[in-house]
Design a protein around this ligand. Structure first.
Ligand SMILES: [Zn+2]
Ligand SMILES: [Zn+2]
Length: 666
């Protein structure tokens, strides 16, 4: 027995002391402690509401008994998630600020002192700690990010699990401590000054684009004419009304629509020219709204997106103290850390964040953590997430929205990724690669080796390929070539052989979906029978493990995969007829800006490729295949053929139904 540690086996006659006045989350914290401590040690401690003697207690949450105990655990001044854990040889205290401090403290204790790991909603690793000694001491923690969202549907569907991973954004259940009072900042012009309500009588409220007041409602537009004083007034009234109706809200979104059709009227342009960015007029507007909001709701922030063309801060206009900036990293390379000096794609973002940091002390980041066009395709960003989180922390970022497969279940390595991200944004000081490896060893057990090798190989390959993928990459953009896809599939097949039981086998099967998708998308020439087997297995696995979405906008539909399977047989002889350059005819400016004016079809070995300004990707012309453009719109391309089956042109079909022709030029 040691003087500096507490022997778990000696705790048999202890009890848990909670307060009769505990809030629901503190009551639940005591139950969670009882349950998981019991599983770990085999000791079932009773929960009591009064302490009789002075020792042999685990105090959970603030209580009169805890106050009298003399443990230095005064929670009165603690923040809503701030926590403290005190371990002495004869008692333990775990308590924190309201509403989530105590509950998070219990999870911190279970994770830190007992080695419990909340890996997935249905897999909690509880080591046998019946002989463990817990070091005595005091541990205090206040999470550096006040808003933490590992954006996986696994969390929203299992809020108890999300809470165990300290995700504080997905449930309003008081038992789980509820959400942070500050919501994610998102597009809000459409409800602040609804076009349906004002568009007809006041077209001047909306953006002047190409000499006309905009009426286009795509992307929750149109944008507002942000210098119009009436618009400021209407928007402020809407924001105040929203806050009146949501008394617990601590912020309100005052944010541009998701289009680049911002107002170019004389007054708006004058500010933007002077400020060197369209954020000039936008921020002046947000400040004006925030000033009015403050009078009615003094403790509430008005938040705005610094996104796309508003990412760069203005030269002279400063956000008011009650303005929150949600900076979006959508343009960034996801393979390399944002502050990697060797990545050419990320330097501008670093510059912008550095400038924002100088002028605003309430910056949140909206960061992108999946391939939004292929939720289940291998995505090589597992080495940049940790450095990014630490970089955000160093730059005074206060909240992190780690956007991922939020609307889809069972995307690429979703279980591993959710755990990985959630733990890092709770504690950025962790060794990220150790967290990843530990998850794999605990969850995939004897099959972990080949899975870790596969992750390493895929990341090494992407790094060596010299690519800089954003969050909408094609298979080519992440270095996914036929031999790489094949090696991934081999790794997962090897892992399956190593799985020691059905449970582990199921976990490995679920994780292997990405390798099958890689083969389907980038496997190159494959014999027809094998291709059919791969596709059949892909569909079976997607169904078995409830893969709901193949990308941000497309639910998984086995029927569609079947159609693609038919089209996917590579017949180089046929494709050669399509090789050539195709020029867009009468294309709208934003399409030319996105795609360029020429589309090129080519052969590379036995692969048929399509190339636009967006890059190159493998293409299967027999099907109207979804093809990506950076306009954040899927497009499909259809080949036009003459009577002799010669390709004469293309039809590019946009998601809004518009069709644009491209004629063969050579
Ligand atoms: Zn204007
Ligand atoms: Zn890069």
């Amino acid at each position: 027995m040691s003087k500096t540690s507490l022997d778990c086996p000696r705790m048999k006659d202890w009890d848990i002391i909670a307060s009769p006045d505990a809030i629901p989350a503190e009551r639940y914290a005591a139950e969670e402690f009882q349950r998981l401590f019991g599983q770990a040690t085999g000791i079932q401690l009773p929960i009591r509401y009064h302490a009789v003697k002075s020792t042999h207690h685990v105090y959970i949450g603030p209580s009169v008994a805890l106050g009298k105990s003399g443990l230095s655990l005064d929670t009165a001044a603690m923040g809503e998630e701030e926590l403290r854990i005190v371990v002495e040889r004869n008692r333990i205290g775990i308590a924190g600020g309201r509403p989530r401090g105590t509950l998070y403290g219990v999870y911190q204790f279970l994770t830190g002192a007992l080695g419990v790991r909340f890996l997935t909603y249905d897999h909690t690793h509880v080591p046998d700690t019946s002989t463990v000694q817990i070091p005595c001491g005091v541990f205090s923690y206040n999470p550096p990010f006040s808003f933490r969202w590992s954006h996986y549907r696994e969390n929203t569907e299992h809020p108890e699990f999300a809470t165990r991973l300290w995700v504080n954004t997905v449930t309003s259940d008081a038992r789980l401590g509820g959400k942070t009072g500050r919501s994610l900042i998102g597009h809000s012009f459409h409800w602040l000054v609804p076009f349906g309500e004002y568009g007809e009588d006041h077209p001047e409220y909306y953006a002047l684009v190409d000499g006309k007041r905009d009426t286009n409602t795509r992307g929750s537009g149109p944008q507002l004419c942000v210098t119009n004083p009436d618009v400021i007034q209407v928007a402020a009234e809407s924001a105040i009304r929203y806050l009146d109706e949501h008394p617990s809200a601590r912020n309100v979104s005052v944010s541009q629509a998701d289009t680049d059709r911002y107002c170019r009227c004389e007054a708006c342009e004058a500010i933007n020219q002077r400020e060197g960015t369209p954020m000039g007029a936008q921020l002046a507007f947000v400040n004006a709204v925030a000033e009015r909001v403050e009078k009615a709701h003094p403790n509430v922030k008005s938040g705005t997106l610094a996104y796309w063309y508003t990412r760069k801060p203005p030269v002279t206009i400063r956000p008011l103290p009650n303005v929150q900036i949600q900076l979006c990293s959508i343009e960034c390379c996801t393979l390399h850390a944002i502050d990697d000096p060797n990545c050419p794609r990320n330097q501008e973002f670093c510059q912008d964040l550095a400038e924002w940091q100088e002028i605003c002390d309430d910056i949140w980041v909206w960061n992108y953590n999946t391939n939004f066009h292929y939720y289940d395709l291998p995505f090589p960003n597992l080495r940049s997430i940790g450095p990014n989180v630490r970089y955000f922390l160093r730059n005074n970022v206060k909240g992190l929205f780690m956007q991922a497969n939020g609307n889809g279940l069972s995307g690429e390595l979703a279980d591993l990724r959710n755990y990985f991200i959630a733990r890092l944004i709770w504690n950025p000081g962790l060794d990220d690669q150790a967290v990843l490896e530990e998850f794999a060893r605990l969850h995939y057990q004897s099959a972990a080796g080949p899975i870790l090798d596969c992750i390493k190989m895929f990341h090494d390959n992407a790094e060596q390929s010299g690519v800089h993928p954003n969050c909408f990459p094609s298979p080519d953009d992440v270095g996914l070539r036929p031999e790489i896809a094949r090696r991934m599939l081999d790794s997962f097949e090897q892992a399956l052989h190593l799985a020691e039981n059905e449970m582990v086998r199921a976990r490995v099967e679920k994780a292997s979906i990405c390798a099958y998708r890689a083969m389907i998308e980038a496997g190159g020439p494959i014999k027809k029978a094998e291709r059919k087997a791969i596709i059949d297995r892909y569909i079976m696995l997607c169904r078995r493990y409830n893969m709901t979405h193949i990308n941000e906008r497309t639910p998984f539909d086995a029927a569609q995969v079947d159609v693609r399977a038919m089209a996917i047989e590579l017949e180089p002889g046929v494709y050669e007829a399509h090789v050539g350059h195709y020029e867009l005819v009468n294309a709208p400016k934003e399409i030319v800006n996105g795609l360029g004016d020429t589309i090129t079809l080519s052969m590379e070995g036995e692969r048929f490729l399509i190339e636009t300004r967006q890059g190159k990707m493998q293409f299967y012309p027999e099907t109207e295949r979804l093809f990506f453009s950076a306009l954040d719109r899927g497009i499909t391309i259809r080949l036009l053929k003459d009577d002799e089956d010669r390709t004469t042109g293309l039809v590019v079909k946009l998601l809004d139904g518009r069709e644009i022709r491209a004629e063969r030029v050579r």
